[in-house]
Ligand binder design. Structure first.
Ligand SMILES: [Zn+2]
Length: 340
């Protein structure tokens, strides 16, 4: 079309020159010129349009260049799609280590304030010809002291401090008066103060078969401890243990009240070995074999005497000492009631 218009333009040019000489025919050349100019304008615009199309097609080429970018975007999306997969794999990798009965103890260990020292103890043990082949496995022991506070509380806390470890104390409400400072100091120095009723009286706590008096006593001692330490404990220990006096209905009530209840895995029987701390040690040695142990001890003279040996023995067996932490709670009760 452009060629045709251009050729027309060239063909008409001589005629235009001749018509310029005639004024009478002036209108026609003007119209013709207008036509020519408009033709040129059309041609130019056509060329411009053509160029613009080229620009646009170039733009399309640019767009086609963008496509790899979009592909790149897709690749990124794919990568993003991989990332959650990787994290799932990580979670799956973590999952097995978090499962199992010992998981709580393993979880508890890193957050145990005694970890560095415990690790130091463990590594020290590793250099010894330990009979225990599981020396590298993180084993945890909870020392628990019942029936305080007493005249021995300060001594026990002092021994724990000397070894850089903490323990869990289950205190009796009727024992607290006059020993508030000992209780407060024990708590402030990193030990956990648990609850052990007000009276420790079997007849009052269990004879009716109802949980009412039991729970009333624990609520009261909880308030007393909170007043002294500033923290309301929710971990209780039933006097004489939860078996056989606490049945399922009773446990349901304890759960409803919001308490957690610990029995023990090792009974040191220390309360009856007056003047025989060596027998306390023998009891513990004969019962220590689990990855997680909770040792029942009492605030007794013979217990204070043998405590350094107990700590040394457990350290040599590769145990780290832990103190109860509500956020790391795990069940330790004879009924294996996971709610408690
Ligand atoms: Zn007791």
């Amino acid at each position: 079309m452009i060629i045709m218009m251009m050729s027309n333009n060239k063909q008409l040019e001589p005629r235009r020159k001749t018509r310029k000489k005639s004024r009478r025919r002036l209108r026609k050349p003007i119209i013709f010129l207008a036509l020519v100019l408009s033709s040129i304008a059309i041609i130019m615009s056509a060329i411009a349009a053509s160029e613009h199309m080229n620009v646009r097609s170039a733009g399309m080429n640019t767009a086609s260049v963008v496509i790899p970018k979009l592909n790149g975007g897709n690749e990124k999306n794919t990568e993003q799609g991989i990332i959650p997969g990787e994290s799932e794999q990580e979670q799956q990798t973590d999952a097995p280590s978090a499962s199992g009965s010992d998981s709580e103890a393993k979880d508890a260990l890193p957050e145990n304030s005694q970890e560095p020292e415990s690790q130091a103890d463990s590594s020290a043990n590793a250099t010894k010809p330990a009979k225990d082949s599981k020396a590298s496995v993180p084993k945890v022991v909870y020392l628990t002291f019942d029936d305080g506070p007493s005249k021995y509380t300060d001594d026990i806390v002092a021994i724990l401090n000397e070894h850089g470890i903490h323990a869990t104390f289950f205190v009796i409400g009727s024992q607290i008066k006059g020993r508030e400072d000992s209780l407060k100091a024990a708590s402030e120095q990193g030990n956990y103060i648990g609850l052990h009723s007000m009276t420790h009286d079997k007849n009052i706590l269990y004879k009716s078969g109802s949980s009412a008096k039991f729970l009333k006593e624990f609520s009261k001692v909880q308030g007393m401890v909170e007043e002294i330490t500033g923290t309301a404990p929710w971990l209780i220990r039933a006097p004489y243990g939860s078996m056989p006096q606490i049945g399922k209905e009773f446990r349901n009530d304890i759960v409803k009240a919001g308490f957690k209840m610990w029995d023990w895995t090792i009974d040191s029987k220390d309360w009856k070995y007056t003047n025989h701390p060596d027998k306390v040690m023998q009891e513990i040695k004969s019962q220590t074999h689990r990855d997680v142990e909770v040792i029942l001890l009492h605030e007794k003279k013979q217990t204070v005497e043998v405590l350094p040996q107990i700590i040394e023995y457990l350290t040599n067996k590769g145990y780290a000492f832990a103190v109860y932490k509500p956020e790391q709670h795990f069940s330790v009760n004879f009924a294996d009631d996971q709610r408690l």
